[in-house]
Design a protein around this ligand. Structure first.
Ligand code: FPP
Length: 236
């Protein structure tokens, strides 16, 4: 009997670099009559699940917006709660990064963070130098304009050497390819000072879903949409 050879499913192209604006934590909590901080705790769990999934499907870089230069305007207890979540996440991650092959890098001015957080960040930086793996970039006290201003100052100190590449090398993202796909849940359709330089040719994907509700299936839907788009980078 002849059995036609089963056609193998084509492997789905996955973006090398996905960036996410984790928006909607506060509204998620409000809908449940919970404090906003509960929304951030749920958002941190979503981040953990999505980061693991990104690594599993072969995404090389994941960049997330955890705390912007403008988020200091929020009530102190909310700021403190986000910092505590970051502290908790880093303590847990430190023991598992090498085993899970997840590297970490921080974008933003972390010099203003607590001594404990800075020590944890230094430790994750150090561990990340020992192996290759999926790199998670966490943006904390980050703003796209602030990053561009800092880079401009650094580039000026170098006598504006190296053109666009020389400038890019002064950004927090130095050496990392630009994001292919930027995802923003939460219903707003803007970048909110996120990766302003690096977003030049990124595909943008917006969804009304609130970040704590975002699942791996939702990430798959965003990647499917990305795969259907034609990227021309200014060509035809
Ligand atoms: C935006 O939602 C979210 C933030 C400003 C904080 C994001 C922080 C986390 C997910 C937790 C810590 C991160 C890590 C990496 C462990 P919003 O509060 O503006 O939501 P809203 O628009 O519904 O009010």
């Amino acid at each position: 009997m002849f059995f036609p050879k089963k056609k193998q499913a084509e492997p789905r192209p996955v973006p090398d670099h996905i960036a996410i604006i984790m928006d909607g934590n506060g509204r998620w909590a409000k809908k449940r009559s919970l404090p906003r901080t509960a929304g951030h705790a749920a958002g941190a769990e979503t981040f953990r699940r999505i980061a693991t999934y990104c690594k599993d499907i072969g995404v090389k870089y994941l960049t997330v917006y955890a705390f912007s230069t403008e988020n200091w305007k929020r009530p102190k207890e909310e700021v403190d709660a986000i910092m505590r979540l970051l502290d908790k996440y880093l303590r847990e991650a430190i023991g598992q990064m090498e085993r899970d092959r997840v590297k970490m890098k921080f974008f933003g001015d972390v010099s203003v963070l607590s001594e404990e957080l800075r020590a944890l960040i230094a430790r994750t930086d150090e561990i990340s130098t020992h192996f290759e793996g999926c790199q998670v970039n966490v943006c904390v006290n980050y703003g796209g304009r602030d990053e561009i201003m800092r880079a401009a100052r650094g580039w000026a100190e170098d006598g504006f050497a190296g053109g666009e590449e020389g400038f890019s090398s002064k950004l927090y993202s130095s050496g990392i390819p630009d994001p292919d796909l930027i995802i923003r849940p939460g219903g707003e359709k803007r970048l909110s000072n996120f990766l302003l330089w690096q977003a030049a040719y990124a595909e943008l994907y917006f969804t009304d879903m609130l970040w704590p509700d975002f699942t791996t299936a939702d990430l798959d839907a965003a990647i499917d949409e990305f795969d259907r788009r034609t990227r021309r980078f200014g060509g035809i």
